[in-house]
Ligand binder design. Structure first.
Ligand SMILES: CC(C)(COP(=O)(O)OP(=O)(O)OC[C@H]1O[C@@H](n2cnc3c(N)ncnc32)[C@H](O)[C@@H]1OP(=O)(O)O)[C@@H](O)C(=O)NCCC(=O)NCCS
Length: 196
């Protein structure tokens, strides 16, 4: 397994991984697939491809990814102008509300220095081999090199596996909000912890 930068030819595979690993993805319609990808995948690969990294197998096919936004204002504008509308039109009527909550949480913690945010997802067969940690290490170094102060993420409170992973990587729980947990880490701390 190697970690490399995202490339355009990975796009559909990343959408597939996004859908296969989503807790909402029980037999979704095409419209719902587009909705999920619009919210959790397409913005990052289409607008901030430089901040996306892939775990690839021997055939160079992606088996996992970390996608990240380092510019909250660009993210907010693009979600409001394009991606949330796609999700709503595609059959997620609550997408607007969910997205507003997400944006409020991201905006609040950006003021504390956690200006970037990420999503990480691996197919089953790539898990428990240190691949998630390797992806996170690559992203953390990338962010630190660009003087991004901190990075956060939002995770389901019941996703114990992911929460343990984030805590082991060095993220701290910033806030609980209904069934969501917000985690944050300063990038220099993350690099240090992931290099241990
Ligand atoms: C959360 C996630 C990204 C973690 O990635 P991962 O690659 O499995 O993480 P790691 O391999 O670094 O660590 C996971 C476990 O494997 C163990 N591990 C790491 N390297 C290992 C190795 N070489 N051999 C055996 N076990 C290993 C770790 O100790 C850890 O064990 P634990 O969970 O029992 O404490 C991944 O499980 C995932 O994509 N889950 C589904 C989607 C998801 O929930 N995404 C997050 C949404 S908020």
């Amino acid at each position: 397994m190697k970690i490399r930068s995202y490339k355009l030819s990975d796009k559909e595979r990343l959408r597939e991984i996004c859908l296969r690993t989503s807790s909402y993805a029980d037999r979704p319609s095409e419209a719902r697939k587009n909705a999920l990808c619009a919210l959790y995948n397409d913005y990052y690969t289409e607008c901030e491809a430089d901040n996306c990294f892939v775990a690839a197998d021997d055939a160079d096919e992606a088996t996992g990814y970390v996608v990240c936004s380092t510019c909250l204002s660009d993210y907010l504008a693009a979600m409001q102008n394009r991606y949330t509308a796609i999700a709503k039109a595609a059959g997620r009527p609550f997408a607007g509300l969910e997205q507003r909550v997400t944006e409020a949480l991201l905006s609040k913690h950006a003021e504390e220095g956690y200006t970037a945010h990420l999503h990480i997802n691996l197919l089953d067969e790539a898990r428990h081999q240190g691949v998630g940690s390797a992806l996170m290490r690559t992203l953390a170094k990338h962010l630190a090199d660009r003087n991004v102060e901190g990075v956060m993420l939002i995770c389901g409170s019941d996703n114990t596996n992911a929460r343990n992973f984030y805590e082991r990587c060095g993220f701290e729980l910033l806030q609980k909000f209904f069934c969501a947990c917000v985690y944050g880490a300063f990038t220099e701390d993350l690099v240090r912890k992931l290099s241990e």
